[in-house]
Design a protein around this ligand. Structure first.
Ligand code: BJW
Length: 225
């Protein structure tokens, strides 16, 4: 069976990485206009780097949880063909052993030059005056997708979702587009796995609620026998 799983911040919550919109989420502590838009970066690059440096440090201290591990197990199963499309900028899917991972909102561990588009492995701490390793411009930023920017790999993701037999969304509020609209492209079965109903819960054929570390391993165990 061809399976596409879309993951959001909820899958990494129990690894100690904050979600965005939950009570206590990142957007209750930071103004998203200031730290997650190109305009905010132009206004105050030091603040934006500080925000992402802290999240990179948090990510490096955290570990994949049983939900990430279950998806990596599903990928290894010969019965199914799994692609993980993640909105998350952390690297916990890869650290759990998954290899077919598409980061539609970029990666915390990568740097991007706003002047020449070069990309490289980000150091633990990025600063506004860091020169680009390729063109030396002082326009380096985290390689993440902010509001108003076009998410990565959209054509490939749309094709994969349309061709899937099963589309599953895990730990995402479905408040952010185009990720929230992917369920509309699915022609096969659809399933939501989340702590609580998302904004698009009624767009799914079926839904299960609970912590990702419980409901994802249980679902994978059912699929793999
Ligand atoms: C658990 C759990 C546990 C908790 N177990 N579950 C209408 C008006 C205005 C703007 C727009 C509009 N329609 C579309 C837009 C544009 C905008 C948008 O969507 N705005 C909305 C706010 C309305 N979108 C964009 O600008 C995007 N670009 C775009 O549209 O370009 C145009 C275009 C697209 C395609 C083709 C051509 C043109 C870009 C969006 C970029 C989003 N960037 C961020 C930051 C990335 C870098 C970073 O990490 O800092 O991405 S914002 C943030 O939200 C981050 C996330 O990936 C994204 C989604 O959040 P997510 O993952 O869903 O987290 P939460 O916190 O919202 O939800 C957590 C969920 O987990 C909850 O449901 C909990 O219940 C659950 N949970 N604990 C299981 N233990």
């Amino acid at each position: 069976m061809k399976i596409v799983v879309l993951t959001g911040a909820g899958i990494s919550a129990e690894s100690g990485l904050g979600t965005f919109r939950d009570q206590d989420g990142l957007w209750t502590k930071y103004d998203l206009e200031e730290v997650a838009t190109p305009e905010g970066f132009v206004r105050n690059p030091a603040l934006v780097h500080e925000f992402y440096n802290a999240r990179r440090a948090n990510c490096l201290e955290s570990f994949p949880n049983p939900a990430h591990e279950a998806l990596a197990t599903l990928e290894r199963s010969t019965q199914h063909d799994l692609t993980i499309v993640t909105q998350n900028v952390d690297n916990l899917h890869e650290r759990a052993g998954a290899t077919q991972v598409i980061h539609m909102h970029g990666e915390l561990m990568r740097g991007l030059c706003a002047a020449c588009d070069a990309r490289w492995d980000a150091p633990a701490t990025m600063l506004p005056d860091d020169p680009c390793p390729s063109c030396a411009a002082r326009a380096t930023r985290p390689d993440v997708v902010w509001f108003g920017e076009i998410p990565y790999h959209m054509d490939r993701i749309a094709d994969l979702v349309a061709a899937s037999d099963l589309f599953v969304a895990i730990g995402t509020s479905a408040e952010v587009y185009p990720a929230a609209g992917l369920v509309e492209l699915a022609r096969g079965a659809t399933l939501e796995l989340n702590l609580e109903p998302s904004a698009r819960t009624n767009a799914f054929d079926a839904r299960r609620f609970g912590p990702a570390t419980e409901i994802v391993p249980a679902w994978v165990a059912e699929l793999t026998g």
